[in-house]
Ligand binder design. Sequence first.
Ligand code: C2E
Ligand code: MG
Ligand code: MG
Length: 603
Amino acid sequence: MGQDIPAEPAADRNDSPSRDGEASAFCPDHPAPARERILARLFAQTADAALVSDRDNRIIAVNPAFTRLTGYGAAEVMGQDPRLLASGLTSSEEYRALWADLAAGDRWEGEIWDRRKDGSLFPKWMVISVLRDGTGQAEYYVATFTDISERREASNRIAHLATHDALTELPNRFALESQLQHAISTCTRDQRQLAVLLIDLDRFKTINDTLGHHVGDGILIQVARRLQDCVRGSDIVARLGGDEFVVVLVDIEDTMTAAAVAGKIKRNLADIYHVQGHDLYTTPSIGISLLPEDGGDADTLLRNADVAMYHAKNAGRNNHQFFAAHMNEASARRLLMENALRQALSVSNLISAQLSLHFQPQLHLKSGRVISLEALARWDHPQLGSIPPDTFIPIAEETGLIQPLGDWVFWEACRQLRSLKDRGIDDIRVAVNLSAQQLRHEALPSVVRGALACFDLQPSDLELEITESTAMQNPELTIRVLDQLAGLGIILAIDDFGTGYSSLAYLKHLPIQRLKLDRSFVKDIETDTSDAAICSATVALGHNLGLELVAEGVETAAQRDFLAKLGCDVLQGFLYSRPLPVGEILVYLETEHSLGTGGDFVI
Ligand code: C2E
Ligand code: MG
Ligand code: MG
């Protein structure tokens, strides 16, 4: 390597002070050849990698440390641009700044990512200086560098330790505060809600004191994992210390979501823990504060969640409490309903019939004939009274009870249609509402086929209604499932059309036959010109797509006449009939059928 040494290393400037004020110097008595030999040895022996390039930035010398670090032998790099080491991780702006520094000040020092010959990347600390000729032109660039991977790893590790809890690897209090503050800013800006759940394990101290800290630690580690399993990746799970954890639900739909997650956490944490041969149990007390109601900054929200957590402890542990009292009432009522619905769906209660179906006719406007009956779920609770579907369907959706409820509605609707057919009511379909979860359940087509076969019904006897917003979620999956259902010969309708955000291009791809105009537009159709315009545009749009138009919520003759003028095909509403139990609907149909199917039929 000795002959690779640059002709005039820093020795020529041996009197000039370096940047930090220190001078490198040779004893003046030493002859030039001796100096060169010494410097050549220094170049070859130094532990730092060294590289020298000429004024065109072509490599003219490297030392053995360079080869050890980069994997490139001297012969491989000679005459090459040092760029052959570039990793792509250092931006062109950074390189531009480096060259600007060299042009201005003869020296640059900093961190750069390089790529070794074997492709591996490493961060290096590099010092470059410029040697100039007599005219001041750059003649050589002398670079020395060291691999700083280990140093970086150590500093990353230190940063991790500073922000994470060593036992559970969750963010610690310090990291939580900054992450929470950031989430608060985003949610406040976007006017979204956020919930802070402070979770304290009940009687954890007893486990620690009786079985020792190792067992306690084992539980804390499992609690951390279980909490992470209860929330989305975008939520925050942190450990405050001891047996206190915090979960931040970022961007929640409504505040009841917080209660639902608290319920999930309670169930998950209450499961058995196997630690060092012990089977152990613990439960959580959870305090909940909400943005913006209970505070607008991290400190206040954490403090109020803490207050709520103490209420949860006082209320007998293993429960959750909101900071604001009225939320607890709403949450308790919701929980009551969830349990009541669960019970109503149990086999014995299905027999005692808290749940039932009512049917509402849909009439063909031109012929006046009833062509379809929409099945609408009804729930009469012995204590809570009659609970409207707008209340219990969302609870069923949130709790997963919509699956058994939906199956029941489906079978019951088919059973009742069969009973009508057996009474001679033949040319009528039944329309069943499907929720998003039912639509996404892979068993749906086989459930449909099974129920039709069981009651000896044809696919054309059945219509399925999905709301516009359900249809617009997850378009690919929706199209796939609807294609399967349409393939069976089932009529498909988009319900509550106009309340969601439909893409027309997408609507075209759905195998649907009907659009049901939402009743909110029908309500003021005669008085509100924009509602009238929406109805008119929807009818035109539907017809252009070859769809039948159904108007919901027709209550007056004037609305009917208006919709008739717009060219609507089918009407449904109190003007014709409220939803009725099957016995009453039978009477209605027998009367209607006995009226015949004359053109100017009006009830
Ligand atoms: P939807 O599917 O749009 O059903 C039509 C709703 O409009 C029914 O409310 C019906 O009683 C009401 N309605 C019909 N005609 C009129 C009228 O002239 N004026 C007024 N003001 N209202 C009228 P209901 O029975 O309370 O059901 C509400 C919603 O609950 C339904 O809206 C549907 O989305 C959902 N739902 C009901 N049963 C089920 C079910 O079995 N499964 C699912 N997934 N959802 C259901
Ligand atoms: Mg409907
Ligand atoms: Mg509707």
